[in-house]
Design a protein around this ligand. Structure first.
Ligand code: HEM
Length: 442
């Protein structure tokens, strides 16, 4: 894609990042080059190339330098921006904390907090579902990963601080010549203040754990006490991992749930199908983790929502050496954008890609999809560590919500699609009116 002789596609990209990828791939094919000022981008939605990058050549691709620089003040060297030997060590230390048995044990907490949110709601209340679901996902992460009932004050502090940091980081990343962190701009000061607020909460929990020397079975305890031949994690690394998990573990899920709410509000016939399944299987009881295999339609809804309106709309890698993948020459230092959102709109793999059709996610359909054609959680060794956690959380929360309330948005409402670190509906939010279900579940 050529763009302006000097700026390249910079302003098209800033104006509408996901639209740029969707349109770019629709017009130019599954792999295309674009330039944003001095940065050359290779945009990819060819499943074979995506799979090669995620799986076959994963060790030859790191997170891009400009993204690492953007993350640094916030996530430091946490798992998301980390690479190489340091990533391998951290991944090995943290991974046991995401063991299936441990994650399954979090299911009742996910339902408890959803019920607590429903208890706070009254018929006819106006809510912004983005705010509600962010608060809920944050409470779930705080409780399951840090064993703290975060309370409304801390929750609000973290939510607002993360919202602020996210907005500033993306604005920084769009500046081709970023200002260094020590530069005393109003934005840098605001970013620093927001980060300090979250750090204070992490420090409080860390000190508490060190004083009590108690492993409470949550992921943070695991990270405080786990050791390998090099000893335990440094305080700085622990801070970076905690920050990473708070961020990666709540906004992504909250926004994925916000989009699912929207898609369900627009498709009442799909809500009816979900209800039929939920009522038949749960008979009005709280969902439990053992119910999930008996709720296939619920899983199809989640998968379809992550295809059509994914919260992580794209992810990027940078080649560490010259490579040729599927005939495409990739030079050392080249940034590759894996356009997950554009992949989901590829008519080669998805019939009527613009439509919300959970029914497409049959076993046969999944088997027929080439590897690399559906990667909402990335893939290969750098796959999302919280994938099972998120898939369970989304289903537990949706099963609880759908049993009690009607998904809705105001008549004619169309949201904005703001692509910051994750895709969300921006300042206008996702307005809804609390409407409790008239007919109680059987
Ligand atoms: C719907 C929800 C979620 C989505 C769509 C999602 C998606 C992703 C994606 C695409 C990546 C790869 C990013 C990249 O390579 O640049 C990633 C990485 C990661 N995610 Fe998630 N995520 C979700 C929820 C979670 C949750 C709930 C947690 C933790 C509890 C989590 C923890 C992580 C971590 C630690 C990584 C880094 C893994 C590594 O590189 O070793 N995520 N996620």
């Amino acid at each position: 894609m050529k763009g302006h002789w000097f700026w390249g596609c910079l302003f098209d990209l800033i104006r509408d990042r996901s639209g740029f990828l969707i349109e770019g791939h629709a017009q130019l094919g599954d792999v295309f080059f674009a330039r944003a000022l001095v940065r050359d981008l290779l945009c990819v939605r060819d499943p074979a190339v995506v799979n090669a990058i995620n799986v076959t050549y994963w060790a030859d691709f790191y997170k891009p330098d400009y993204i690492k620089a953007m993350w640094k003040p916030f996530l430091g060297n946490g798992l998301v921006p980390n690479d190489g030997e340091s990533w391998k060590r951290q991944h090995k230390l943290i991974m046991p904390g995401f063991h299936k048995k441990r994650v399954d044990a979090y299911a009742p907490t996910m339902v408890d907090f959803t019920e607590r949110m429903l208890d706070r709601w009254n018929e006819g209340d106006c809510k912004d579902m983005r705010v509600e679901l962010n608060a809920l996902a944050l409470e779930v992460v705080a409780c399951t990963l840090f064993d703290i009932d975060i309370g409304t004050e801390d929750s609000k502090t973290i939510r607002e601080a993360i919202g602020e940091v996210s907005e500033i980081l993306v604005a920084d990343a769009d500046k081709m010549i970023p200002r260094p962190d020590w530069w005393p701009t109003a934005e840098n000061r605001r970013k620093k203040r927001a980060i300090t607020k979250i750090e204070e909460i992490i420090r409080r929990v860390h000190e508490d754990r060190l004083t009590s020397q108690e492993d409470r079975g949550d992921l943070f305890s695991h990270m405080v006490f786990v050791e390998d031949e090099q000893g335990c994690m440094s305080d700085k690394q622990l801070r970076d991992e905690a920050m990473t998990l708070i961020f990666a573990g709540h906004e992504t899920t909250a926004h994925a749930l916000t989009w699912t709410w929207y898609l369900l509000a627009k498709n009442p016939n799909k809500v009816a199908k979900m209800r039929e399944e939920l009522d038949r299987v749960l008979g009005g009881c709280r969902p439990e983790v053992d119910d999930l295999p008996n709720l296939p339609y619920l899983e199809m809804v989640v998968k379809e929502s992550l295809r059509l309106l994914p919260s992580v709309w794209a992810y990027a890698r940078q080649a560490q050496r010259d490579l040729v993948i599927e005939g495409y020459e990739i030079k050392k230092g080249q940034t590759v954008t894996i356009s997950h959102i554009a992949m989901g709109r590829n008519p080669k793999y998805y019939d009527h890609p613009e439509e919300f059709r959970p029914e497409r996610w049959t076993r046969e359909f999944e088997r027929s999809l080439p590897r690399g054609a559906y990667t909402p959680f990335a893939g290969g060794p750098r796959v999302c560590l919280g994938k099972q956690f998120a898939m369970m959380e989304m289903r537990m929360i949706l099963a609880t919500l759908l049993q009690h309330v009607e998904p809705n948005v105001p008549e004619g409402f169309e949201p904005d699609f703001v692509t910051e670190l994750s895709m969300h509906p921006g300042k206008r939010g996702m307005p809804a009116t609390v409407r409790f279900r008239k007919t109680a579940p059987a």
